[in-house]
Write a protein that binds this ligand. Structure first.
Ligand code: HEM
Length: 156
């Protein structure tokens, strides 16, 4: 049963809770990193979001590591992201990219698939999902607004 993705407006900053630390306790760091790796592999095959991300090689491995470091730290594990990335702010690191509500949906679809494949109790998967569903709204930084027809727009 796929998770719901709630709609949003650019600028929404809903409250969120960090994923349950028991996710990391249950899986251990190695299995959690394997899950993130699978997530990035799913992304790289997704027509809606693949273009944002490195597709292969050391760049892809670094992206997997940076994200895993962040989540491990967020769930109470070693402060990898502080140590290796200086604990960079998430809104700031995503500002290099134009991320629309639609990009968020594409990213979340990949996450749904990765979670569906993960062997973990449902309550813990739900906790992870609730975090990414809400926090991903903070990452969205542009909207695409249609302002009118071509004829209307070329007049301005
Ligand atoms: C809950 C939502 C999200 C979280 C927690 C998250 C987390 C992260 C983290 C930790 C990094 C690595 C930062 C660093 O250390 O430099 C990262 C990189 C990135 N994220 Fe996100 N992200 C989220 C949503 C999204 C969405 C919706 C998109 C767009 C579809 C996106 C696109 C990217 C891109 C393009 C990178 C850079 C990849 C690279 O290293 O080359 N993220 N994200």
């Amino acid at each position: 049963m796929p998770y719901d993705i709630s709609t949003m407006e650019v600028g929404d900053r809903p409250e969120f809770s960090a994923p349950d630390p028991r996710i990391l306790e249950t899986l251990g760091e190695e299995k959690f990193r394997a899950f993130m790796s699978r997530f990035y592999d799913i992304i790289s095959e997704d027509d809606d979001v693949a273009h944002f991300f490195p597709q292969e090689g050391p760049e892809l491995e670094a992206a997997k590591q940076n994200s895993s470091d962040f989540f491990v730290q967020l769930m109470g594990g070693r402060k990898w992201h502080d140590e290796r990335r200086g604990g960079k702010n998430m809104e700031y690191v995503h500002r290099r990219f134009s991320i629309t509500p639609k990009s968020r949906e594409g990213w979340l679809h990949c996450m749904q698939q990765a979670l569906a494949e993960l062997d973990l109790e449902q309550e813990l998967k739900d906790s992870f999902w609730n975090y990414v569903e809400a926090f991903s709204k903070h990452i969205v930084n542009v909207s695409i607004k249609k302002t009118g027809t071509y004829e209307e727009m070329v007049k301005v």
